[in-house]
Design a protein around this ligand. Sequence first.
Ligand SMILES: Cc1ncc(COP(=O)(O)O)c(C=O)c1O
Length: 448
Amino acid sequence: MLSRKASKDSHGQDSSYFQGWQEYEKNPYHPIQNPMGIIQMGLAENQLSFDLLESWLRRNSNTMALKKDGVSAFKDLALFQDYHGLPAFKEALVNFMTSMRGNKIKYSSDKLVLTAGATAANEILMFCLTDPGQAFILPTPYYPGFDRDLKWRTGAEIVPMHCSSSNGFRITRCALEQAYQLGQELNLKIKGVLVTNPSNPLGTTMTKTELNHLLDFAIDKNIHIVSDEIYSGTVFDCSSTTGFTSIMEVLNERNNNNYNNIRNHVHMVYSLSKDLGLPGFRVGLIYSNNEKVIAAATKMSSFALVSSQTQFMLSNLLSDAKFIKKYMVENQRRLKRRKDMLVRGLRKAGISCLRSNAGLFCWVDMRHLLSSDSFEAEKELWKRIVCEVGLNISPGSSCHCSQPGWFRICFANISEDALHLAMHRMKVFTSSIFSVRFPIIMMRKKSF
Ligand SMILES: Cc1ncc(COP(=O)(O)O)c(C=O)c1O
């Protein structure tokens, strides 16, 4: 009954990433009504700072009443459907990005296209830059939703670039070359590389060295770079080596004429879903120096517009520079506190995490809990964690990680109490594994 396009399995809904959510929905944890239920730790949502946003809304009730300078803007907003977006909102967005990223670059509103979230932004870029059968290289592990967002409706392909725990999953020139080679063996024309910076699922920012490798590679192969920077405002540890650097900043440092071509090949994606915790508002954007890409993406954005009342409301919120600055600092402080809580809890359960400085999740090493070094063993462990321990977490294989035993655990979508309970459950679980594997050592430990 369905078209071949609609029934194509590149949607990826059979991945364990989505299966875990289904299990969670059958038996969701609730502190009173269902305390034995599954705790949702597979959802990269930021619910830590709603109190700040809500108190701003209470103080600015005109915004919710759709009033501007005390006069109703209802009719204008109800009729507005220009796909270029409200100028005031685009201006507020670029000013927000400029200041949030330390004024290193002055973003300009005519290089920006509004989209309904980063999902639409990524798909539109794939639509604009690839023909069916052409491919983008993606470093693994990557956000499981990319299989759907990049491939499903566009016909584009993903060529994985395998990163390894041996260097903290960093991007190297050698791994980029290998992925390019793989694309050629598969008979796929490589049109670009797409990275997430900070990374989902790693929770790490890319170093300037990595970004420069990426630029050199793209110049060398004459291909595009898409940098999904949706987590850029979550960076909670900003020492000089670990802070956030946008691809646009590294590009700007190469400002002589030799680099004109690459300037047109670099595109950035952003959204308010993570930094402001507003995925339901569906606000995203594409930012590019390439006029042709901006023109084509603007036409395509007809299919994924941001509603005018959302644009109105958020242009008022983002224009309150003092509030936004305070919000970002406080939100980052809360994220760090949560992340530290998760890392400590896991450590008590004998589990370590990749060192991270951003995002709403940790990349967790459970290789020592596998019954063998295989993806079957990873799946077996994952099923036990979902069904017996009652935690929905995402196995590395759903993020296309090439090494079994890594898992993504989210920490910003649940209460502190639920996080403590989750860690307690993990500790009981790992102790039970160790007491089966090493009964004598465990008995001795208990007798101390
Ligand atoms: C890397 C990345 N890109 C895009 C998205 C989708 O974001 P949005 O809600 O803005 O569509 C997500 C959501 O988790 C993500 O992690």
